[in-house]
Structure formats: C-alpha cells, structure tokens
Design a protein around this ligand. Structure first.
Ligand code: FES
Length: 162
C-alpha cells in the first residue's frame, strides 16, 4: 500500500526461510555434481601403467674399459668388458629379486638380501639364488651406441665385439 513503511525482517520470515532452503539445496546439488564429475573422469580415464622402455642406451662402448664391470643401478644391470667383448648382465638377484651390488675389491657380485654371490659372468657360486644372473641382449646401433634390452634375457652367452 502506498505510504506503508517496509518492515525490517529479522530473518525468520517465510521468504527468508525459503531463500535459505533454496541456497542450501543448490549448494548440495553443486557438491554432488562436482563429485560425480571427478568420479566420472577417473572412471573414464584409461587405467594404464606407463613403464620406462626396457631398452637402455648405455652410450659409446669405449666408455667401458677392458676388464671392467660397470653397474648401472638406475637400470638394474651391469656392463662388463672382457677380452671376448662386452656383455650386459641383469643386476636383479634370481632368488627374490633384490638388487645385487658389484664388489670391486673382491671382484664379485653380491646380493645384500640373503648372501648370494655371483662371478662377473653371472654364475652363482654361493647362496640361495637358484639361477645365474641372466645375460641381456646387447647390440650396437647405427649411432655407435651400446643398447641393452632388459626384457630379453639370453639363453647363451653373447659378446658385442668392438
Ligand atoms: S634375494 Fe638375493 S639372495 Fe635372496
């Protein structure tokens, strides 16, 4: 009505209650929508495991002096240079999969977990490991780099002659 003064609301009127109810409802819908979007995205994303390539580029063969054993801890292998040529050995123990270590003072490869010991050609001479350390396929590519395929253990010894 003209001339009627608007009353100040204390927040308890029906209109204020309806507004609060609407705001809470919209907030709940927004949170549920966001949650659904997150779970939907993770459900639709491929559940793939991205592993590094099994092929290791070990650089130029002349990096490995004659009669040396060079551990590559990051790749889990040894690069060995003998008079017959270069070969690569897996550094993963054939017992329970621990990473072995080259002991230059003793000239052996030793496993810290249960004490298996191997010669530099991978042959086990002590401890519970059931098999020698596997030789890995090794070759020189067109750029003259030594490549090692960790996914391909060899069934017989193979040297890369340089
Ligand atoms: S894991 Fe190497 S000896 Fe057990």
């Amino acid at each position: 009505m003209p001339g009627e003064a608007k009353k100040a609301c204390s927040g308890a009127c029906e209109e204020c209650s309806r507004r609060r109810f609407t705001a809470v409802g919209l907030g709940a819908v927004a949170i549920a929508g966001a949650g659904s979007a997150v779970f939907g995205y993770s459900f639709l994303s491929p559940n793939a495991l991205y592993e590094p390539s099994p092929i290791v580029d070990a650089g130029k063969p002349d990096r490995y002096p004659l009669d040396s054993v060079t551990p590559d801890v990051a790749s889990g292998l040894y690069i060995v240079h003998r008079a017959e040529g270069i070969y690569a050995l897996s550094a993963v123990c054939t017992h329970l999969g621990c990473l072995t270590a080259w002991k230059p003072d003793l000239g052996i490869i030793a496993c810290p977990c249960h004490g298996s010991k191997f010669h530099a050609d991978g042959i086990k001479f002590e401890g519970p490991a059931p098999r020698p350390l596997p030789w890995l396929k090794t070759w020189v590519n067109d750029d003259g780099n030594l490549l090692i395929d960790r996914s391909e253990p060899l069934t017989q010894k193979q040297f890369v002659r340089i």
